[in-house]
Structure formats: C-alpha cells, structure tokens
Design a protein around this ligand. Structure first.
Ligand SMILES: Nc1ncnc2c1ncn2[C@@H]1O[C@H](COP(=O)(O)OP(=O)(O)O)[C@@H](O)[C@H]1O
Ligand SMILES: [Mg+2]
Length: 165
C-alpha cells in the first residue's frame, strides 16, 4: 500500500511567514489543477483564504483581481482554465444547491472559502486546505482529502509546500 493511503500520512502541511509566501504556495499548487477540481478553504476570518485563492488565480493565469465577495457569492475569472471563486460565509445552507456550483466545477476550477457549507457531493473529491493563524504573519496550512482526486492534489500540495514527509 502506498504510504499516502494511510491515515496518519494522508495530510500535508505547509508553513508560511507572509501573505506572499501563501500566494506562492497556492500558485505552485495551481500548476496541478485542472477543470473539475475543487479546493475547499477553511479557517477563521483573516486566515488567508482569499490570499490563497489569489495565488491559485495567478497560477492558472486567470483574469481579474481576486477579492472578498460582498454581495456576490461567486466570482468567475476567465482564463485557460476558468476559476470560480466562491465565498459561502453568508450562504444559507438551503441556498447552496441553487448557486449552480456543480456546473461551475465542471467548467473550471472551483475554489470555495467557507467550503464546509458546500454540498457533500462537491466536497467528496475536493482537496481541503485548513489555514490556522499562528501569529500576525505566520500561518500553518494543512491539506487533506478523501482517497481519489483530492488525495492526488494533497501530494501536489506537499510538493508545493516543500513538505518532505
Ligand atoms: N502568512 C500569511 N498568509 C496569508 N495572509 C497573511 C499572512 N500573514 C499575514 N496575512 C494577512 O492576513 C490577512 C488574510 O486576509 P484574507 O486572505 O482576506 O483572509 P480570509 O479570506 O481567510 O478571511 C491579510 O490581511 C494578509 O495580509
Ligand atoms: Mg476571504
């Protein structure tokens, strides 16, 4: 059995010391992303979820500046692989089904802040990145996934983070 199939090793960890480092980690991960992939971002307000999404946009060559959505729950960034950036913080759980996220995830890469609120079918193949605030400028990022596509992306995250485990 591949070591990556065993639970204790199923995750990968990265540490960053600045917003730029977080963006660059995400940019390197983006090199492995393709249409159909789902990235779930977790962590408290100010953790760096939007900075991480901005790094993915840069890595994908997606157009437009990634910003925190105000009233729009999903922003589309056209590019070679379109990026759909969603922030479900204000979402009522019952409304999740109505956003058309499944269709977006088929057309491009779907990156979701507060992805705990994502319908389970979309979470199943996702890579989840949980960001913890260690200090004003330090963050710990933990990637995890169920076996399948998400697990392959965890290995890409491991390489992007320089995690040698
Ligand atoms: N290592 C780091 N990684 C990401 N953001 C950081 C880091 N250190 C400080 N920050 C700051 O934390 C804030 C993160 O904001 P944002 O990405 O909007 O968070 P979230 O989307 O999780 O609420 C920004 O002001 C950013 O400059
Ligand atoms: Mg945000």
């Amino acid at each position: 059995m591949n070591r990556a199939d065993l639970a204790p090793d199923a995750g990968a960890r990265g540490r960053t010391a600045s917003p730029d480092e977080t963006e660059r980690l995400a940019e390197r991960l983006a090199a492995s992303l393709r249409a159909g992939d789902v990235v779930v971002l977790r962590g408290p307000l100010g953790a760096g979820k939007t900075r991480f999404a901005a790094g993915i946009a840069r890595g994908l060559g997606a157009a437009g500046r990634v910003k925190s959505p105000t009233f729009t729950l999903v922003h589309e960034h056209p590019g070679p692989v379109p990026l759909f950036h969603a922030d479900l913080y204000r979402l009522e759980p019952a409304d999740a089904e109505r956003l058309g996220l499944e269709e977006m995830a088929e057309r491009g890469v779907l990156v979701v802040e507060w992805g705990e609120r994502l319908p389970p079918a979309l979470r199943a193949e996702a890579i989840e990145v949980a960001i913890a605030i260690d200090s004003e400028t330090a963050r710990t990022l933990e990637a995890s996934a169920a076996p399948g596509r998400g697990r392959a992306l965890v290995e890409a995250f491991r390489a992007a983070a320089g995690d040698a485990r």
